[in-house]
Design a binder for this molecule. Structure first.
Ligand SMILES: [Mg+2]
Length: 240
C-alpha cells in the first residue's frame, strides 16, 4: 500500500513540475531585446469601415458580429502605414512584436492571416496575437480592460494603443504606454474611450474638449502621462 502511495505521490509531483505555470509564462528576457505590444483597431488597422458595415448589417447595433468583423479586415480595413513601418523597424532591430486586441476572438485566425499578409511576417493566434475582450464586474457593472494581464504575462516593455483603456492597461501592467492618435474619421464615428470623449458636452465623465485634445497633441503628452504618437496616413483635404 505504501509503495502505491509513493508511486502516486511521485507521479503527481512529476506532472505538477511539468505544468508549473510560472515556468511556461515566464520566458527569460533577452538582453537588449524589447518586447513591444500593439493594439489593433485604430492603431495598426484603420478599421472604421469594417465596424460601420457590421453595424449596418446588424439588427441590434449594440451587439456586433465580431466573427464577421474578424473575417472582413481584408475587405474593409486599411493598414496604417507609419505603424507598419514602425513594426518593420522594431523587428529589423531584433525586437519582438505582439498584438493584443479587445475584440472577441471568434474567427481570430482570420485576423492573424490578414496581419501576416499586411505586415509580412508570421502572426499566429495565441503566439504573437491575443484576443483580450473586456470583462464586466458583476457587482459594480463596470466594464474593464483585461489587456494588462496579457501585457504582464508576455513581459512587454512598451504598449502602443489609441484608446484610454490601452493607456490604463499599460499603466496597470507597469509598462510605457504610447498613444497612437486616432484618425479624425474614427473619432467622429466613435468618440467614447478617447480622452474620455472629446465630442461629448463637458461633464465629469468627459472633461476634455476638442481644444484640450489639441493641447495634448501639441504637448505630446496625454492625461495618463503617456507619450502621444500622431499618425498621418491620409493627406488632409485641401480647401481652395
Ligand atoms: Mg484601438
Amino acid at each position: 500500500m505504501k509503495l502505491i502511495n509513493i508511486l502516486v505521490l511521485t507521479a503527481t509531483l512529476f506532472v505538477s513540475a511539468c505544468v508549473t505555470p510560472g515556468v511556461m509564462s515566464d520566458p527569460q528576457p533577452v538582453l537588449g531585446q524589447l518586447k513591444v505590444g500593439f493594439d489593433i483597431d485604430d492603431t495598426v488597422l484603420f478599421s472604421r469601415d469594417n465596424f460601420l458595415k457590421a453595424q449596418q448589417m446588424s439588427d441590434d447595433p449594440a451587439h456586433l458580429d465580431y466573427g464577421w468583423i474578424n473575417q472582413h479586415d481584408s475587405v474593409y480595413s486599411v493598414t496604417i502605414e507609419p505603424i507598419a513601418e514602425l513594426i518593420g523597424f522594431l523587428r529589423a532591430q531584433g525586437h519582438e512584436v505582439y498584438f493584443i486586441t479587445a475584440r472577441p476572438g471568434i474567427n481570430g485566425d482570420a485576423v492573424a492571416r490578414h496581419l501576416t499578409r499586411e505586415l509580412g511576417f508570421e502572426i499566429l493566434l495565441n503566439e504573437n496575437l491575443f484576443f483580450s475582450p473586456k470583462q464586466k464586474d458583476a457587482a459594480s457593472g463596470h466594464k474593464f480592460t483585461t489587456k494588462h494581464t496579457r501585457i504582464s504575462e508576455l513581459g512587454l516593455h512598451i504598449f502602443y494603443g489609441d484608446a484610454d483603456n490601452d493607456m490604463v492597461a499599460a499603466s496597470v501592467a507597469g509598462v510605457r504606454g504610447v498613444r497612437v492618435v486616432r484618425d479624425a474619421r474614427s473619432v467622429e464615428a466613435y468618440s467614447k474611450n478617447y480622452f474620455g470623449d472629446t465630442r461629448s458636452s463637458a461633464q465629469p465623465k468627459a472633461p476634455f474638449s476638442e481644444e484640450d485634445y489639441q493641447k495634448f497633441l501639441s504637448g505630446g503628452v496625454g492625461p495618463y502621462g503617456e507619450t502621444i504618437y500622431p499618425i498621418f496616413f491620409a493627406e488632409p483635404a485641401i480647401s481652395e
